[in-house]
Design a protein around this ligand. Structure first.
Ligand code: C2E
Ligand code: CA
Ligand code: CA
Ligand code: CA
Length: 276
């Protein structure tokens, strides 16, 4: 018995050491990635259906790893949140997104809204000032920036004060992945939300899946009743877009129109749209 416990202990301890070593390594690599400028923002257009007009875009981070190639945010953002590194990475994202808006503006290209994802950990009392300084520096109005947040149990009083302040500073706020998190409806009552993003898990099984269709209709009802705007994400085909549009959700983000693309490609797209 003693031996068995001992073996178990060794087994777990080896596993633990291995995984904590890996974590230390990944954390160092993420620090490194920030310092060496290995992150990059991609942009996914948000398109009006059926006119195809680009109404806005969402900024999505990518990690261009020198050996492993492009790493998806799904593979490092949760870890960055666990370690707190998301605060530094999130500041990089905000700076990059706002300077990109300024670049487009300088080039005479218009984009009405760029959405930036924020982790709840970034909602510290300094955040409104931090963003305000970036906007002043780049001479960009807050109205061009949308902040996307996901529902989370962690949102406390301090964070909701930050949210209210950001909203009164002119940013629009979008609730991401709507319908998948906690306390949806309380959020809508307590926070100054402008947009609901219908989660792709519901959109992708439209129009045939009756449950998804019922959930999507309910979300659209809630948005209409509360005067919120809607964005559907994960739209991959025409019948999904039509189904949503028939229910009154005309703002579409998904592979059906565009995948996320580099700044250079998105710039080209804005040029093309503007000259049409
Ligand atoms: P998200 O905010 O829900 O972003 C939407 C994700 O859906 C993106 O994945 C996008 O590429 C993908 N997507 C868009 N249209 C379609 C479609 O038609 N079909 C399918 N299958 N997928 C579609 P991505 O870029 O891999 O990002 C994954 C998640 O990583 C994001 O989910 C977001 O939670 C997080 N993330 C990305 N960038 C940032 C960032 O700058 N800061 C923070 N905190 N999180 C970020
Ligand atoms: Ca750049
Ligand atoms: Ca998002
Ligand atoms: Ca989402």
């Amino acid at each position: 018995r003693a031996k068995k416990n001992n073996q178990n202990y060794l087994f777990y301890s080896t596993e633990m050491n291995r995984s904590s070593l890996e974590k230390i390594k990944l954390e160092a690599e993420l620090h490194h990635a920030l310092n060496l400028n290995q992150f990059e923002l991609y942009f996914q257009p948000q398109v009006d259906f059926p006119s195809k007009k680009i109404m806005g875009a969402e900024a999505l981070i990518r990690w261009q790893h020198p050996l492993k190639g492009m790493i998806s945010p799904a593979n490092f953002i949760p870890f960055a949140e666990e370690t707190g590194l998301i605060v530094a990475i999130g500041s990089w994202v905000l700076n990059e997104a706002i300077s990109q808006i300024a670049e487009w503006k300088k080039a005479g290209l218009s984009l009405d809204r760029l959405a930036v994802n924020l982790s709840v950990m970034q909602f510290n009392p300094q955040l409104p000032e931090e963003i305000a300084a970036l906007l002043t520096h780049h001479k960009i109005p807050a109205e061009l920036v949308e902040l996307e947040l996901t529902e989370s149990l962690l949102m406390g009083n301090g964070q909701s004060n930050v949210l209210n302040q950001l909203h009164s500073n002119g940013f629009s706020l979008a609730l991401d992945d709507f319908g998948t998190g906690y306390s949806n409806l309380a959020y809508l009552q307590n926070y100054p939300i402008d947009y609901l993003k219908i989660d792709q898990s519901f959109v992708q099984s439209l129009p045939d899946n009756l449950h998804s269709a019922a959930i999507v209709r309910s979300i659209i009802d809630i948005a209409n009743n509360l005067g919120l705007k809607l964005i559907a994400e994960g739209v991959e085909n025409q019948s999904q877009a039509e189904y949503l549009s028939n229910l009154g959700c005309n703002l579409i983000q998904g592979y059906y129109y565009y995948r996320p693309m580099s700044a250079a490609d998105f710039t080209q797209l804005l040029i093309t749209q503007q000259s049409e």
